[in-house]
Ligand binder design. Structure first.
Ligand SMILES: C=CC1=C(C)c2cc3[nH]c(cc4nc(cc5[nH]c(cc1n2)c(C)c5CCC(=O)O)C(CCC(=O)O)=C4C)c(C)c3C=C
Ligand SMILES: [Fe+2]
Length: 414
């Protein structure tokens, strides 16, 4: 089964095609295979490919970075208890990996609470990261990656420290809410006395099948969001997204990446006060089909943007402060991030404002890429007036576990 992203539409199609065959075999034979545990469902109606799709836990990279975006996301940060030490952290990572290996294959973990008992794996992925405090509390400061620097304060930030940072981070994605919650609950319980919850957030994307054909997702401002992401087919994709291979103290990060996590609130009432042409000028793309404003009639989402195109009245087709112009690698010395977030909504404030936006998650070879782009955006991006960064964290995400290994083993036992 593919674990490659591509543009979302392409990968989803591939994924479903392959998963369909695997799911059907499992149901017909009742055998334990790639989707083990799945055949226990005794319904006469075949379960759909959405349920039967399994994303491998083992691999060079952890799942959940280049995996096609799932419809449900939970992110949770923990702090190690003060005197837990390396032994306790090692046991925790082993317990978490064992439970994750089972759940992502559709098998119940030990002592299962049965929340997702009759579901397939539903594309479940679980991705683990280490915050800077993890290294200090486990006595591994000398092996902390040099790239894992604290996020600077950006002038427009409104960061809540209680919902920021953390020693350990888990990202859970799945195409079923119960499967996702089950994984969250199992892993939180497995933390036992080793780590306590620091913060937790819930997000979502489109349900597979909600649109007639797979499409790039829309965010809660209504824009197609994800078009300009680097593609796995780009020749420099791996060097932009994954940490460079190293020898010595940081070799455990080979195959890993860095996650920057920002809870970005959208000021949706202010946004709704804009006309459609004004909204499109803020982003630099059409809202209906995502075409860049430089494309003119007949442009599509995939039409390359032309930052040097002028309108007949000599104004820039993509305004000087348009989000895509300011965020583009061309405007940031090549700095590139892979955006793979989830929308969130947490109800309404007492003044009637929706508490909604993006759980904005970027993946990059070095968090410096995010810092470069965000430094530029903070001063120059028109979109800044319609969003508010409310929490912030950065994590070193180690490479994937080989069969028989747990995530982080090369750091904790290397
Ligand atoms: C630091 C990086 C970025 C932040 C923070 C950010 C916030 C943010 N973006 C949108 C909506 C869109 N972003 C789009 C493109 C885009 N955004 C970034 C970076 C950040 N965005 C990049 C690098 C790009 C790609 C630029 C390019 O080279 O084309 C788009 C256009 C469609 C797309 O390419 O995805 C939208 C829409 C929101 C709503 C938001 C904060 C809430
Ligand atoms: Fe953006």
């Amino acid at each position: 089964m593919t674990n490659q992203p591509d543009q979302q539409g392409i990968s989803r199609r591939r994924l479903l095609g392959t998963a369909g065959a695997a799911g059907a075999v499992g149901l017909m034979t009742g055998a334990a295979g790639g989707t083990a545990g799945f055949a226990a469902v005794d319904s006469p109606t075949p379960i759909t490919v959405v349920g039967s799709t399994a994303v491998p836990f083992h691999g060079t990279h952890q799942a959940g970075i280049t995996t096609p975006m799932q419809s449900i996301g939970h992110i949770i940060a923990f702090d190690l208890v003060a005197n837990a030490g390396r032994k306790s952290a090692t046991e925790l990572m082993r317990r978490w990996s064992t439970a994750t290996e089972a759940m992502t294959a559709g098998r119940p973990p030990a002592d299962d609470d049965q929340i997702a008992l009759d579901a397939g794996p539903c594309s479940l992925t679980v991705t683990f990261g280490f915050g800077r405090g993890f290294f200090t509390k486990t006595g591994l400061d000398d092996r902390a990656p040099a790239a894992l620097v604290p996020m600077p304060h950006f002038p427009s930030d409104a960061i809540d420290p209680k919902r920021s940072d953390g020693d350990l981070w888990i990202q859970i994605g799945a195409d079923d809410p119960l499967v996702a919650f089950h994984a969250l609950r199992v892993l939180q319980r497995e933390a036992n006395e080793a780590a306590t919850v620091r913060w937790q957030m819930n997000g979502f994307n489109r349900t597979p099948g909600a649109t007639a054909r797979p499409k790039t997702v829309r965010n809660l401002m209504g824009q197609i969001d994800g078009t300009g992401n680097p593609k796995p087919t780009d020749k420099d994709f791996a060097t932009k997204v994954f940490a460079p291979d190293k020898h010595g103290a940081e070799a455990w990060m080979n195959g890993g990446s860095y996650a920057v996590v920002r809870r970005i609130r959208m000021l949706l009432d202010d946004w709704a006060d804009l006309t459609l042409p004004q909204q499109e000028q803020v982003i630099g793309r059409r809202k209906d089909n995502g075409a860049p404003l430089s494309a003119g009639e007949g442009g599509t989402e995939t039409t390359p943007m032309d930052l040097n195109k002028f309108n007949p009245d000599a104004s820039l087709a993509i305004p000087g402060d348009a989000h895509i112009r300011v965020a583009a690698p061309e405007s940031n010395g090549g700095a590139t991030v892979l955006r793979r977030g989830f929308s969130y909504h947490d109800g309404y404030d007492t003044d009637g404002q929706p508490d909604a936006g993006l759980l904005f998650i970027t993946w990059q070879a070095d968090p410096a890429a995010f810092i470069t782009v965000q430094t530029k955006l903070d001063g120059a991006d028109h979109l800044t007036r319609f969003i508010r960064h409310e929490s912030s964290a950065v994590f070193a995400v180690p490479g994937g576990a080989a069969p028989g290994e747990y995530v982080g083993q090369r750091l904790l036992e290397g």
